[in-house]
Design a protein. Structure first.
Length: 219
């Protein structure tokens, strides 16, 4: 039976890599798929992994209707067995509903990949609808880690090196240390350190003062 699966994890946890691997494995068995993304860091109509792989993809916009797109592909004679949908947190709830309908009524598999929460720890609308509708929500197996060594579960945004909790929900960007990072950057943290607004830079600053690594647990 066809499935809508949402593979979720923090930023930099391997979702785009898994999206590319998923497409590769299905294509290698003769299945035919369409690859979608929205606002990938590598630019319009590209799906990129930090491991270096990058492929062409269909860019999702506010105007995209997945139901109509698949119908048009099929009318032109193309077989569509599955969809790979990266950066799915940026899709609208209505678009996620179109994906669910394709699974149920056309028997396509839909593999969606995305982060669940934004820099304020709030669900993205697209991710929320995926959690509500998916047959399965799969957490990525490779753990991304907070600077303290705990599993990273949340995404922090920094502006000029300072963690912020206000601003636009969508600002395309990369994790700190990325080669072409701008003033807005991201860092994955455990909940404890997200709540305490303690990034790696903050921890380093404090340890310089105290001479000890401060895990932020004190009063
Ligand atoms: N130089 C490297 N060597 C090995 N693994 C790397 C390297 N750079 C990145 N990675 C792996 O790639 C992952 C990020 O993959 P990516 O698909 O871009 O993540 P996401 O789509 O979740 O943001 C990192 O968590 C890490 O495991
Ligand atoms: C937390 C957060 C992230 N984003 C953006 C930053 C990146 O462009 C993508 C996530 O991509 P990845 O492949 O998972 O690293 O989302 C954002 O716009 N707003 C946020 O709050």
């Amino acid at each position: 039976m066809a499935e809508l699966v949402f593979f979720s994890g923090t930023m930099d946890s391997g979702k785009s890599t898994l999206a590319l691997q998923t497409d590769h494995n299905h294509a290698a068995r003769g299945r035919s798929g369409l690859i979608f993304t929205r606002d990938d860091r590598a630019g319009t109509s590209r799906l990129s992994s930090r491991l270096g792989l990058e492929v062409d993809a269909r860019e999702v916009t506010d105007a995209t209707d997945f139901w109509d797109m698949v119908a048009a592909e099929r009318q032109s004679g193309r077989v569509v067995d599955y969809l790979v949908c990266d950066e799915a947190q940026f899709y609208s709830p209505a678009q996620v509903e179109q994906l669910a309908r394709l699974v149920d009524e056309v028997e396509l598999d839909v593999f969606a990949f995305g982060i669940t929460t934004d820099f304020r720890t709030r669900l993205f609308p697209g991710a929320a609808r995926l959690i509500e509708l998916a047959d399965r929500v799969e957490e990525l197996q490779v753990r991304s880690l907070c600077w303290c060594g705990a599993r990273a579960t949340h995404n922090a945004r920094t502006v000029g090196g300072v963690m912020v909790v206000e601003g636009d929900q969508v600002v395309v960007g990369d994790v700190a240390g990325a080669p072409d990072g701008g003033p807005v950057s991201y860092e994955v943290l455990c909940r404890r350190h997200h709540m305490r607004r303690m990034t790696q830079a903050d921890a380093r600053r404090r340890s310089t003062v105290t001479g000890q690594l401060d895990l932020g647990g004190g009063a």
